[in-house]
Design a protein around this ligand. Structure first.
Ligand code: HDD
Length: 710
């Protein structure tokens, strides 16, 4: 089904607010038809403009106020509509309607984002990705405001402004944009042992996804499920992409940022337009309330994940994105998420990071969207009608009849009534809470390194190398030597070899800190909270390595065909058909945009050699044909073609040389290498394409990176 053929309750509701200008006459905001939109009203053709010109004034005034503040974090985003389908009932654990009835479909709007950069920054920044989902359920909106990493930098929301100030551009000169590689970020981090686990994720390739469609989503906190009987389970939410979790190389990310800073946005948009709808398995880790203390970490600590080896992820539903927004501002920019938007059957835990978030999100919408009526903006409306006694405020839309705006009342017959639990009325889960009023952290939060070790030890060798290189890159941008040294000291608590390798490249020695957070003034609470070095119960978790992800599909992979006049049209069309049958997307790249004459016809290329780059593709095919190879090797093309091949090779991609293209192979960097490489395919016979498809489906041959970059 195509993007535009989608239909659901939420889209029907949005349709009532959607207009099209097709075949319409231009009007003012008051509906008056405009006769001349070219000239202002003047006193004489060359005279001054008249104040009376209400058309000019309206147009300019609206323009002057077009911008709203960007999100303080997660400013850059891409959104899409979709549907969540439940495949297995969770009614044993939660009374939430949308998680109870098998087959139930709930409309959703999802917004992906980077965190640190401004609205206009690059998609390929090394950063966490936001993965926020609004479920328009029959019981009201449920927002799962998630990230693509399962843990967070800090344990308590009171540190959030410090974290964000540290990572954002430095306040004196507003540099650097969308980057954590600078003094203030690493100054803060090197003083925050609790951030080490998250730093392992951030320095891993998870922070530079190949596509928003190829990353996981995690609710991060432990939430609570409550069933009809009031029984509680802790729950962790997971989204696993059907296409697997894949990333790009850091060198590639930096080049994409120049060639196509909208790479992720475009990829999401085009996939949905092409009907290659992104899909995720939705899963839950369920922990009975009585097992809360059975782990070697605290379930309330957001810097910890629950290893899948200890609690398996039960897959119960599918999230599919199937429609692009009609208007970026109205939908993606104005959508307002809040972890506090919940439905009966789901509740919060005492995670101190979550507790602080419950305040922050409504508050930020007030300054961003300007009014407590932001819930009335079409994208934010629940599909069930809102009934309450809240009134007025800027831009109020709803017209509520009657005299009554208070409760209790007799004039309005007591309406709107409170709902009983049996009628879906929300009740907070009752739990006994007692304690001294203290500004302290729990002693159960002091272990800051065990899961950083778990993550690092679970990575494959190429992943560990990338992580080391990322740390070297980031810390090399730090100008204050003490910060670099302190950070290396932190790494030594995670892995000695990691610390040594990074230290070597930074030209410092590893000095293990006496106490991990020794540099924080040892006063009161903080002194009590000296971090402990512990070994994790689970030593290695397969789920944490991208090496173990889905690698058996080339669906929606973008394959560049480099062609020139004289290319073997039969071989080209045959391979194109085979790749497209498997769901891949083929795009032609030629010396110019003029039609290319192949041996059996003519084809129009989508790109020229200078308008794109190999970093925008997952794999390359150098089309067969001696004639076309000669043109590609001509002085004006040669440099560009070889750059395509050499970069794809360096970034561990599959490259397929069609017959007759030996000259290109011989002149590339590949010819200099003498190793067997399963992803460099040289046409032998009609079966070579199978090897190519196999290589593309593996995504990248990271294990050959050292050889390919020698
Ligand atoms: Fe947050 C936005 C995810 C901690 C305060 N957050 C925001 C978005 C995502 C997350 C995905 C973008 C939503 C959108 O697309 O509009 N945030 C997280 C996760 C966290 C987290 C997974 C930790 C587990 N956030 C967090 C804390 C605070 C905030 C501790 C404050 C105490 N977050 C905000 C915010 C934002 C936001 C300032 C900015 C724009 C917005 O809310 O709507 O309120």
């Amino acid at each position: 089904m195509k993007n535009d053929d989608q239909n659901n309750e939420k889209l029907d509701q949005l349709n009532e607010h959607t207009t099209s200008n097709e075949n319409e006459k231009l009007t003012t905001n008051q509906g008056l038809k405009i006769n001349n939109n070219q000239d202002s009203l003047k006193s004489g053709e060359r005279g001054p403009t008249l104040l009376e010109d209400f058309i000019l004034r309206e147009k300019i005034t609206h323009f002057d106020h077009e911008r709203i503040p960007e999100r303080v974090v997660h400013a850059r985003g891409s959104g899409a509509h979709g549907v969540f389908k439940l495949n297995k009932s969770l009614s044993t654990y939660t009374k939430a309607g949308f998680l109870s009835k098998v087959g139930k479909e709930t409309p959703v709007f999802v917004r992906f984002s980077t965190v640190a950069g401004s609205k206009g920054s690059t998609d390929l920044a090394r950063d966490v990705r936001g993965f926020a989902i609004k479920f328009y359920t029959e019981e009201g909106n449920y927002d799962l405001v998630a990230n693509n990493m399962p843990v967070f930098f800090i344990q308590d929301a009171i540190k959030f402004p410090d974290l964000v100030h540290a990572v954002k551009p430095e306040p004196d000169n507003e540099m650097p944009q969308a980057a954590s590689a600078h003094d203030t970020f690493w100054d803060f981090i090197s003083l925050m042992p609790e951030s080490m686990h998250m730093i392992m994720w951030l320095m891993s390739d998870r922070a530079i996804p190949r596509s928003l469609r190829m990353m996981e989503g995690f609710g991060v906190h432990s939430f609570k499920f409550i069933n009809e009987e009031g029984k509680v389970h802790f729950v962790k939410f997971h989204f696993k992409p059907k296409l697997g979790v894949h990333s790009v190389a850091w060198d590639e990310a930096q080049r994409i940022s120049g060639v196509d800073p909208d790479f992720h946005k475009r990829d999401l948009w085009e996939s949905i337009e092409n009907g290659a709808f992104p899909e995720w398995d939705f899963g839950v880790q369920l922990i009975p309330e009585e097992d809360e203390h059975k782990f070697d970490f605290d379930l309330l600590d957001p810097t910890k994940l629950v290893p899948e080896e200890e609690v398996r992820v039960e897959i119960v539903g599918t999230l599919t994105l199937n429609k692009n927004p009609d208007n970026f501002f109205a939908e993606t920019e104005q959508v307002a998420f809040h972890p506090g938007h919940i439905v009966p059957g789901i509740d919060f835990t005492n995670d101190p990071l979550l507790q602080g978030r419950l305040f922050s999100y409504t508050d930020t919408q007030l300054s961003r969207l300007g009014s407590p009526n932001f819930h009335e903006i079409p994208i934010n409306r629940s599909v069930n009608t809102v009934h309450n006694n809240q009134r007025d405020g800027h831009m109020r839309q709803q017209i509520v009849k009657g005299k009554v705006s208070y409760e209790p009342n007799s004039i309005g017959g007591g309406c709107p009534f409170q709902a009983m639990m049996s009628e879906g009325g929300f009740t907070s889960h009752e739990e006994r809470v007692s304690g001294e009023k203290v500004r302290k952290r729990s002693q159960s939060f002091v272990d800051h390194y065990s899961q950083a070790k778990l993550f690092y030890n679970s990575q494959s060798v190429p992943e560990q190398t990338h992580l080391q290189n990322a740390l070297v890159f980031e810390l090399s941008k730090v100008t204050i030597p003490e910060i670099r040294e302190r950070m290396v000291g932190q790494l030594a608590f995670i892995d000695q070899t990691l610390a040594k390798k990074v230290a070597e490249k930074l030209g410092v020695t590893v000095k293990k800190l006496k106490q991990p957070n020794q540099s924080i003034p040892a006063d009161g609470n903080i002194a009590e909270l000296q971090s402990e070095e512990r070994e994790p119960n689970t030593k290695i978790s397969e789920a944490l390595s991208m090496q173990n992800t889905v690698k058996d599909t080339i669906k929606s992979r973008k394959i560049g065909f480099i062609v020139a006049n004289g290319a073997d049209g039969t071989a080209l069309n045959d391979l194109k058909a085979k790749l497209e049958k498997e769901g891949a997307k083929v795009e032609l790249i030629a010396p110019s945009l003029a039609p290319v004459k192949t041996t059996d016809g003519s084809m129009i290329p989508k790109h020229s050699l200078t308008s794109t780059a190999s970093v925008c593709f997952d794999a390359l095919y150098i089309s067969a044909g001696e004639q076309s190879a000669i043109e590609l090797m001509a002085p004006e093309n040669r440099h560009h073609v070889l750059r395509f091949i050499n970069e794809a090779y360096k970034h561990c991609k599959a490259i397929y040389f069609g017959s007759g293209t030996e000259a290109l192979y011989d002149n590339s960097n590949i010819a200099m290498k003498k190793h067997e490489d399963p992803a460099v395919i040289i046409w032998k016979d009609g079966r070579s394409y199978k090897q190519f498809i196999e290589a593309v489906s593996r995504h990248r041959v990271w294990e050959f990176e050292p050889e390919r970059n020698k």
